[in-house]
Design a protein around this ligand. Structure first.
Ligand SMILES: Nc1nc2c(c(=O)[nH]1)N[C@H]1C(S)=C(S)[C@@H](COP(=O)(O)O)O[C@H]1N2
Ligand SMILES: [Mo]
Length: 198
């Protein structure tokens, strides 16, 4: 491309990218500026997106997910919820780490999930790991959707972006078990949840 064309395009881009001075920057749920990092499908009352699109929802489609409506959660929504901090010993290095993030029950309430304890919650991770639990267990274990470990965001490619985790050291049925058997309900890389009425 010639230089003139490049400069013209750059000017157009910067003109559209820079908000007018003093312009109010509004963040609302309809403002799709932040990526969705968690999709919630199934028996929920609130939705902010339509049906799974096999052409564009590639990972969900690969994992056989189906929905006609869902709720896409971004990090600012999670960051705006009351954060809970826990310090469980994890099995990967047998050490205690600090995790923080909202209660999973708060996230489920936000999307209008049912309140019955028998409600089934499928926790689904980027590597395809999926585990089903109940709202009773989510409440009893005080699951959090951890966005941070030891004060740092959890990386994609590592244990992030989100880790559904609980304070196993302080849950008697779990702390009685060997470390390697405590975390089967705890997917790292959580990116999809499906709620079903029992
Ligand atoms: N994303 C993801 N989370 C996961 C797993 C997994 O394979 N993928 N395995 C689960 C199981 S069954 C256990 S016991 C612990 C440790 O599993 P791992 O030893 O396979 O890492 O993490 C849990 N969380
Ligand atoms: Mo496991």
């Amino acid at each position: 491309m010639n230089k003139r064309q490049f400069l013209t395009r750059a000017a157009v881009l910067s003109a559209t990218a820079a908000p007018a001075f003093g312009a109010k920057r509004v963040h609302s749920e309809s403002c799709a500026s932040a990526p969705v990092i968690l999709t919630i499908s199934g028996a929920i009352k609130r939705h902010n997106r339509g049906a799974l699109d096999p052409a564009f929802d590639q990972l969900l489609a690969k994992h056989q997910v189906k929905f006609s409506q869902a709720y896409g959660v971004d990090l600012s929504l999670l960051a705006g919820m009351k954060a809970v901090t826990i310090k469980p010993t994890i099995e990967y290095d047998s050490r205690q780490h600090t995790f923080s993030g909202p209660l999973l029950t708060d996230v489920l309430d936000h999307v209008g999930a049912p309140g019955a304890g028998s409600t089934q919650v499928l926790l689904h991770a980027v590597d395809g790991y999926a585990v089903m639990t109940t709202l009773d267990t989510v409440r009893a274990y005080r699951f959090i959707v951890a966005t941070q470990m030891d004060g740092k965001p959890l990386p994609l490619g590592g244990l992030g972006l989100l880790w559904a985790i609980f304070d196993a050291d302080n849950i008697p049925q779990l702390s009685a078990k060997p470390l390697k058997e405590r975390f089967d309900l705890s997917p790292w890389g959580l990116y999809h949840m499906q709620v079903s009425e029992a």
